[in-house]
Design a protein around this ligand. Structure first.
Ligand SMILES: Nc1ncnc2c1ncn2[C@@H]1O[C@H](COP(=O)(O)OP(=O)(O)OP(=O)(O)O)[C@@H](O)[C@H]1O
Ligand SMILES: [Mg+2]
Length: 306
């Protein structure tokens, strides 16, 4: 077991620090993605780090990528710290920062859309539907309620916003920008991966309500699935027992954190923006247990951090 990490610091050029992950350049062809233990809720990053969370994200992605190889190529070279250090010897002294949480990847040029697939009506899609009966301006079936299961999962692309919220856009916008052929491929592959992931997760008691995929094109022109895949941070995971449409569903992973923050807010002690309130140890521990439970349920194994 290695320590909790709020932010990695490695001797490689840092390309980007996201809410949760750091992206480092290894060379022209490779990147190192490091998932810290930072956690965000309501778009605000907490001060406390959640033990094991980064490893859960990285090891879950690493679990899924090979399962989808029949559907699409991916960017993952390895998520094993020993193998990473062998490939990039300058990282040898940093093994403990890498363990479980780092993924060595093929570098690509990312496609400029987030490929969201929705199998249930939640989040920004529910908010729009409730107001206008549409999603990204397109009409939707009548009579849906919050968290309704959609008969056919929907490809629901979004633009990548540098700051603020991603914007849902109609499929025609993807066609315009990328051409019909690539747009159709992104849609078909996204729906196939989601379908496979949803069926699998359902068999393990987890509803994969929606998720976001990212794709990139490598130096040979090959389309690859990149970033993280079917993790709690890129998806809505709901516990299947107790699912009931007509209301918001609890989050499999973040509910202890959300409940605590909602309580602080209702008590008038937080306005919902940064800086966040301090989290009690019990809330951090409960959140950590939920992430590990998500990993265990989905993969059928305990998380091992090496
Ligand atoms: N193989 C790859 N080639 C090129 N870029 C990649 C690859 N894999 C992932 N990326 C990029 O790495 C970045 C990861 O940073 P991102 O800002 O999403 O981090 P994050 O911690 O998930 O933050 P946020 O919560 O803001 O999404 C994304 O911009 C993604 O497009
Ligand atoms: Mg991200």
């Amino acid at each position: 077991m290695t320590g909790t990490l709020a932010a990695s610091s490695l001797p490689l050029p840092l390309l980007r620090r996201g809410k949760v992950r750091e992206v480092y350049e290894v060379d022209d062809g490779r990147l190192l993605l490091v998932a810290s233990d930072r956690v965000s809720a309501f778009d605000v990053v907490m001060r406390e780090a959640v033990p094991s969370k980064g490893a859960v994200l990285t090891q879950l992605s690493s679990f899924w990528f090979p399962r989808f190889e029949g559907l699409v190529a991916h960017h993952c070279l390895t998520a094993d710290a020993g193998t990473i250090v062998t490939a990039v010897p300058a990282l040898a002294p940093y093994h403990s920062q890498l363990a479980g949480r780092a993924m060595l990847c093929r570098r690509t040029t990312p496609v400029a859309f987030e490929c969201v697939v929705r199998g249930y009506l939640a989040g920004s899609a529910w908010a729009e539907y409730r107001k206008t009966g549409t999603l990204a301006g397109e009409p939707m079936p009548k009579g849906l309620v919050e968290s309704s299961r959609l008969d056919a999962p929907l490809f629901s692309p979004a633009t990548k916003a540098e700051t603020g919220h991603d914007e849902n856009v109609p499929f025609s916008r993807v066609e315009q920008d990328l051409g019909t052929e690539l747009a159709n491929r992104l849609r078909d592959i996204s729906l196939s991966i989601y379908g496979a992931g949803r069926d699998y997760a359902e068999s393990r008691g987890i509803i994969l309500a929606d998720t976001k995929f990212e794709f990139g094109i490598d130096g040979d022109g090959t389309l690859r699935l990149i970033d993280e895949v079917l993790t709690p941070d890129s998806s809505r995971f709901w516990p299947a027992d107790g699912y009931a449409p007509g209301r918001a569903q609890p989050s499999f992973d973040k509910q202890p954190l959300r409940d605590y923050l909602a309580g602080v807010r209702e008590a008038g002690n937080w306005n919902g923006e940064a800086p966040p309130p301090a989290l009690p140890d019990e809330v951090v521990d409960a959140t950590s247990r939920r992430y590990r439970e998500a990993y265990r349920r989905i993969t059928g194994r305990e998380l091992e951090i090496r």
